[in-house]
Write a new protein. Structure first.
Length: 684
């Protein structure tokens, strides 16, 4: 069956969203219309189950507000005045305008994209080839995971970890910095299985999340103090000798130095820093030292602070200390994406750059960078942006500068989108993009080790085109001649893994499992320079950093600024996925309103009652929302649930009005959860 067939049929696909679970989908199609999307029961990691959000994927695909024709801006930037134009008219104008900029300096053109789709083809496949051939500026894609990724690389040698299914056999699971019920429902199902078999579940998170409610224990530490907690656990492992000396001797590097560092962190010191009882740290360390196999499911929330890289490094050292890696149900999982044999060179074709070495701009500082003039240090001012798979005006930190940058009348902005997002509102052209039901793609995962293929289930809706089509067409119109710029999507799907994954298996069953060992580091063999788990990293020293993990205090902890005494974190709302799905009414209705969770003591001190309208502010900006007085927030910390579209939020604002463009210790990532604020009633 193909997407043009009129008979009822089913098509196998992959969930495109930024979620570790990478579900295999089945789309039921009748008369050329996708009537339902469900989980593929044959894919063990999906097990026939999708989250609430993606169960509504058909609703999103046929959403009444979907952009179905190319739109050209006719009013002032941000006025919302667009007129429909033909693809040909749009493309010839875009090609001509980009061509003039490229003639002056191709580095004045910047791509901006992230994980709006995680697909290797509609993501950085043809797009990367196009920008390489053009010699445009490169984008450092840091906005979510780069601090943790860098930390794992420096410690374990890459993004490697446990296989998610083996958590079912763990005796202790630390769910660290993750609301798995909201953001990794399939891992949560495995953790539930472990719980039924007697495992103890501990949630470590400043917020008492829905996951914390269901664990045996919740450790509500202060934001940005995870490294201190990990070092105190090490302290206890050392003083009580809950160590696997043989594993440490044979498979780690830097033990003596780490031991000395950890001994500086008795539980009493960490308790003071983390704001938790000393007994809780002692009990956690005891559990971790004694229960085998012990597993850690780490997620990205805790690395969104100044010391995020160090925190991940400290936690990533723990499994080697107790020899947890010996067991398939022991160790750690943050991301296993380095396991995938992605043929990135063949996909992105960096050779198309020739001898050119364009600058790289950090996506997390896009606000500031759009406002920078040309200079020898910076290079040319950014004159054109092509945005795909991302909604930076809603999701990038410090919105005031992001909006100001995107609102520049002299900035030429093209946005490939499904909807009129906050970013599309500020574009010169908005071009209708296909959804996952309408195009080919192939996916790796950061939460399991299966490749999942996505076939188009329906024909493109309206005049939507694939991202790849856009870049193929643009390349042709701009005179970029390399034949690889015209490769089809099916060719790109086959290129993504080359011979390393059997494409016929993908075609036949929709997914293919990688052959990976059950316990990847049971006998060491870490892919670091030393071949060991590197407690000490010479590579970090060479970069001017501490070679050992340490606790770095937040830039903006609670109670350190006289005017902004509260610390704010901005975890994802359960019914949205980053900023995706905010415009799906049924999900938005479930979410209700943009919420700020605040502890009753902090609310009382400000005279605030549940559901009061409030203003959250600091010297970067202010946003409006409703307060939820709740012990889900710890005293001194507020939880600004994200990420609402600004125009659907209160008074055209969202949580990123107050976040900063400062960067983490490793990976140049944003520090969304390192943000001081004050809160007052909206009427004041
Ligand atoms: S968002 Fe995650 S849980 Fe939901 S369908 Fe996609 S991969 Fe599965």
């Amino acid at each position: 069956m193909t997407q043009t067939s009129t008979e009822a049929h089913e098509i196998r696909g992959a969930c495109p969203h930024d979620c570790p679970d990478t579900c295999a989908l089945i789309t039921h199609v009748e008369g050329g219309v996708a009537v339902a999307v469900r989980g593929n029961p044959d894919h063990p990691r999906t097990d026939g189950v999708l989250c609430t959000k993606v169960s509504r994927y058909a609703e999103r695909t046929y959403h009444a507000e979907r952009v179905l024709t190319p739109l050209k801006r006719v009013g002032a930037k941000g006025s919302g005045e667009f007129t429909p134009v033909s693809w040909d008219e749009a493309m010839s104008d875009i090609a001509a305008r980009l061509g003039r900029i490229a003639e002056r300096d191709p580095e004045a053109i910047l791509p901006y994209s992230y994980a709006g789709t995680m697909g290797l083809v509609q993501g950085e496949g043809m797009a990367a080839r196009f920008f390489n051939a053009l010699g445009a500026s490169q984008l450092d894609r840091t906005i979510c995971a780069s601090a943790g990724a860098e930390a794992l690389t420096q410690t374990l040698g890459g993004k490697f970890g446990m296989r998610v299914q083996h958590f079912a056999e763990s005796k202790l699971i630390l769910i660290w910095g993750s609301n798995a019920i909201g953001s990794s429902i399939h891992f949560w199902r495995v953790a539930q299985e472990a719980k039924r078999r007697g495992a103890r579940l501990v949630c470590i998170d400043p917020r008492r999340s829905e996951t914390a409610d269901k664990c045996h224990e919740h450790i509500a530490l202060r934001p940005g103090t995870d490294a201190a907690l990990a070092l105190a656990i090490m302290h206890e492992l050392i003083v009580h000798d809950w160590l696997d000396h043989d594993y440490i001797a044979r498979h780690t590097l830097g033990w003596d130095a780490l031991r000395e560092r950890a001994l500086q962190w008795p539980p009493a010191r960490a308790a003071e820093v983390c704001g938790i009882p000393v007994e809780q740290i002692e009990r956690l360390a005891c559990d971790y030292g004694i229960a085998q196999p012990a597993a850690i499911r780490l997620n990205y929330g805790m690395q969104r602070v100044r010391g995020g890289g160090n925190a991940v490094r400290a936690i990533a050292c723990l499994p080697a200390l107790i020899g947890a890696w010996r067991h398939r149900a022991g160790g750690l999982l943050l991301s296993a994406s380095s396991t995938f044999p992605v043929q990135r060179h063949a996909l992105a074709r960096p050779d198309l750059l020739g001898n050119r070495r364009p600058r790289t701009l950090n996506m997390s500082t896009i606000g500031g960078d759009l406002l920078r003039p040309s200079s020898p240090d910076f290079g040319p001012r950014v004159d054109a942006l092509i945005v795909y798979n991302s909604n930076p005006v809603a999701v990038a930190p410090q919105s005031s500068s992001v909006v100001q940058g995107f609102a520049r009348e002299d900035l030429f902005t093209v946005v490939l989108e499904h909807f009129m997002t906050d970013t599309a509102d500020l574009a010169d052209y908005v071009l209708p993009a296909t959804t996952q039901l309408e195009h080919w793609d192939v996916h790796m995962s950061y939460g399991h080790t299966d490749v999942v293929l996505n076939r188009p289930a329906i024909a493109p809706v309206g005049q939507a085109r694939t991202n790849t089509d856009f870049f193929r067409d643009l390349a042709q119109r701009m005179g970029l001649k390399d034949p690889c710029l015209q490769d089809s999507d099916e060719v790109l799907c086959r290129t993504a893994f080359g011979d390393a994954v059997d494409f016929s298996t993908l075609l036949d069953q929709g997914f293919a499992s990688l052959s990976v060992p059950d316990a990847p580091f049971a006998e060491g063999g870490f892919p670091t320079p030393s071949g060991r788990c590197e407690f000490f990293s010479q590579r970090l020293v060479d970069q001017g950093q501490d070679g050992l993990p340490d606790h770095l205090p937040n830039f903006e902890p609670a109670h350190t600024h006289p005017d902004y005494p509260l610390a704010m974190i901005s975890p994802p709302s359960r019914h949205f996925l980053n900023s995706t799905f905010v415009n799906v009414k049924s999900l938005r209705d479930m979410e209700g309103a943009p919420w700020l969770e605040m502890h009753p003591s902090d609310a009382a001190a400000r005279g605030l009652a549940d559901e009061d309208g409030v203003v959250v502010f600091n010297d970067r900006g202010r946003y409006e929302c409703q307060v939820k007085v709740s012990t889900r927030a710890r005293p001194g910390v507020v939880n600004g649930m994200g990420i609402w579209w600004r125009k659907l939020g209160a008074n055209g604002t969202n949580v990123n009005e107050v976040t900063s463009q400062r960067l983490t210790d490793m990976g140049r990532a944003p520090v969304f959860y390192d943000c001081w604020v004050q809160v007052s009633a909206a009427t004041r």
